[in-house]
Design a protein around this ligand. Structure first.
Ligand SMILES: [Zn+2]
Length: 181
């Protein structure tokens, strides 16, 4: 089965789950997938979804692209793309403190398994389509900047978000992502 055939089949199964008044834009998306053929990368596939996603202010009766987001998470693409299992960097033990006071152990992770807030999927390298590995994560959920560490407010991402830095194990490209509750 080609990548296009697989995507088409998956979209048909998505459509059978929910109503959709106007599918013409979806046909354009599928056409774009077909044009890319077997050279379509996983990163390129997600870019195509983004390129075809309607603007927020667009009120035409578009296919709900949220369905595609839920359906085509990165690991799901393993069915049609053969990609090696994600490589992890070894986890380095970290003990952070500020002015002699230990910070929560969750504050900083170097290497090891990536655990996200919204999803545990790692980014796909834009240059070589390899799964990226977690280099460092700052997680501020357990960091009490109200009373305990008011000086460290600047590390917070919104209320309790994470900042993640990934590295591609093949080509050393880096990518920064943020993740919130
Ligand atoms: Zn790469």
């Amino acid at each position: 089965m080609t990548k296009y055939e697989w995507v088409k089949q998956e979209i048909e199964s998505v459509l059978s789950e929910g109503p959709c008044e106007d599918r013409s834009d979806l046909d354009k998306f599928l056409e774009a997938v077909r044009n890319e053929g077997e050279s379509l990368t996983r990163h390129g596939f997600f870019e195509l979804i983004e390129r075809h996603r309607p603007e927020d202010e667009d009120e035409r009766d578009y296919f709900d692209y949220e369905f595609l987001d839920d359906h085509f998470y990165p690991e799901a693409l393993d069915a049609a793309w053969s990609s090696p299992p994600p490589a992890k960097l070894p986890q380095v033990e970290v003990a952070c403190s500020y002015k002699g006071k230990p910070l929560p152990s969750s504050f900083c992770q170097i290497g090891g398994e990536f655990k996200g807030i919204q999803s545990d999927s790692v980014p796909i390298c834009k240059d070589c389509d390899t799964d990226m590995a977690l280099l460092v994560q700052f997680a501020t959920k357990d960091l009490d900047t109200g009373k305990e560490f008011p000086d460290l407010k600047g590390f917070k991402l919104f209320d309790a978000g994470n900042i993640n830095v990934f590295r591609c194990p093949s080509c050393q490209t880096h990518e920064v992502t943020t993740d919130c509750y």
